[in-house]
Write a protein that binds this ligand. Structure first.
Ligand code: GDG
Length: 486
């Protein structure tokens, strides 16, 4: 059966829910984050299996876990299969190798990197366990679609056990150039793992080219065949198909959310509360890659340098708690809270608070109301695989009037360059100037840009992405690709 119609076995570190124990009782919450947003509607439409860790830190008996997941599977329209991790594995594989070595290294933030042999060892062991679950619940006809940097070794583990399966891998984060990648003590092993997949895809052409450059570093005689977003790299050890396929969102879903009663109410409340003021909005998972401190600094500079703008702007920053067990993240949270109080302490007046800060996850219809109300979305990661917030803002902008300020280091910049105001997030002065330009932009210009942005996101939505990923995995031509001229 072609991968185009094959049953899908999706494997990712996390299942699309978070299991927690509170007051002795287990309960779960639907997960948030880019991957969940992206894959949920796809599996719902096609059916299949999703394999992953439910995110619990306390031990749980497997039968009880299955009992909890049963009704969730029924409701979500696909089967959820758990992989259990013990405390040491969470610490070494997840918080260690994945989040303290690969995550910062691949985002070009080497000062945050921690390389530890114990972490690497746990990574191999846990990848082996995911591979065993995937092997047990699949057959040769299925396509095992593995997501992200936590599981780069899964296909190799299948091969080591002589389990023949069709495998495809998508990396949601950037892939670094050789001068960064080669710093990894297990660089050869990671490349060996990735080349064990039949198909490996990245968010952008730059990521794919970086990967090809790393391939050449280890296999100098490798040669690229073909042109366009998907090519074959020929090596003596076997060919590998590599692609550049930018992930997207369910545009129609977000557009409908923005029109939901809760979103309309939230939008009206926000506009009323900030009448006569331009609303800047930042929405991020708490992460040092998202450039939140630089963004706040730029806003501070704007308030300092543009006295006339004071009281006529407000910045709303929504920050979703993330990776709470990792030290670097709690440090960052403290720094952000200090930056927020510095700005508010310095500039607030009796009738105006310049920065409004939410440190929690909001329900998605409410979030859509924030997107809808925002005059300017400020999406300024230092580096980001794609950044779905940028696309969600456009989809929720049903009034067709809003400005997207977007980092040139977000993968999304490739598709949204002509509609957004692109910025270098490290250039704090430049960012402050761009925020002022966004406030001053004429309505006609805003609308023209928003039409382009919405068209781009609507045309290349999550279903377009999945269809093209599966086409590429099946060796078929892509549809509606490369990106049209925005
Ligand atoms: C990784 C890559 C890539 C945020 N606040 C709330 C909320 N969110 C949701 C957004 C969005 C998601 O979280 C964040 O997605 P991003 O793409 O910005 O970032 P990562 O989580 O880092 O995801 C990234 C992505 O994978 C997909 O490939 O784009 O580059 O790093 O969907 O809506 N959702 C709700 N309430 C909130 O308060 N409900």
């Amino acid at each position: 059966m072609s991968p185009l119609s094959a049953r899908l076995i999706v494997v990712s570190n996390r299942l699309p829910l978070a299991l927690k124990r509170e007051d002795g009782k287990w309960r779960f919450e639907a997960g948030s984050g880019g991957l969940v947003t992206a894959m949920g509607p796809v599996l719902k439409n096609r059916g299949g299996i999703w394999i992953g860790w439910p995110g619990n830190r306390e031990p749980i008996e497997l039968p009880l876990l299955r009992q909890i997941l049963g009704p969730v599977s029924e409701e979500s329209g696909y089967r959820l299969l758990p992989v259990i991790l013990d405390e040491g594995e969470v610490e070494n594989y997840y918080e260690g190798f994945a989040n303290a070595a690969i995550w910062p290294l691949f985002h070009d933030l080497q000062t945050e990197c921690l390389f530890h042999p114990r972490h690497w060892e746990a990574y191999g062991k846990v990848n082996g366990r995911f591979a065993r679950v995937a092997a047990r619940h699949s057959d040769r006809e299925d396509l095992i679609w593995v997501h992200d940097y936590h599981l780069m070794h899964l296909a190799l583990k299948l091969k080591e056990r002589a389990v023949e399966r069709r495998t495809a891998f998508f990396l949601h984060i950037p892939f670094p150039p050789p001068d960064i990648f080669l710093k990894l003590p297990w660089r050869y092993e990671v490349m060996e793992g990735l080349t064990a997949y039949d198909f490996v895809a990245f968010q952008t052409m730059r990521d794919r080219q970086n990967f090809q450059a790393c391939l050449r570093a280890f296999w100098p005689s490798s040669r690229v065949r073909g042109r366009g977003p998907v090519v074959t790299v020929g090596r003596d050890e076997g060919d590998i198909v590599v692609g550049a396929l930018p992930i997207s969102i369910d545009f129609a879903h977000f557009e409908a959310l923005a029109r939901s009663p809760k979103a309309v109410q939230t939008c009206e409340e926000l506009r009323k509360a900030h009448r006569g003021r331009k609303i800047f909005l930042g929405v991020d998972r708490l992460d040092y890659t998202k450039g939140i401190l630089q963004r706040l600094e730029a806003y501070g500079r704007l308030l300092e340098g543009q006295e006339t703008l004071r009281e006529s702007v407000v910045f709303i920053q929504i920050l979703v708690p993330s990776r709470e067990g990792v030290e670097a993240y709690s440090r960052l949270r403290d720094e952000i809270e200090r930056a927020v109080s510095r700005i508010n302490g310095r500039y607030a007046t009796t009738g105006w608070t310049p920065l409004s800060f939410f440190f929690r996850s909001l329900p998605s219809d409410e979030l859509a109301g924030f997107y809808r109300a925002a005059d300017v979305a400020v999406v300024t990661p230092l580096r980001d695989g794609m950044n779905l917030v940028a696309k969600e803002y456009c989809a929720c902008n049903t009034d067709g009037d809003g400005v997207l300020v977007l980092s040139e280091f977000a993968g999304a910049a490739g598709q949204l360059a002509k509609g957004a105001l692109l910025v270098n997030p490290h250039d704090v002065e430049g960012l402050a100037r761009t925020l002022v330009a966004a406030c001053d932009m004429a309505r006609e210009e805003r609308e023209k840009r928003m039409i382009r942005l919405r068209r781009a996101v609507r045309r290349q939505d999550i279903f377009w992405w999945v269809d093209n990923f599966l086409r590429a995995a099946a060796g078929r031509a892509l549809r509606d690709f490369p990106p049209d001229d925005l």
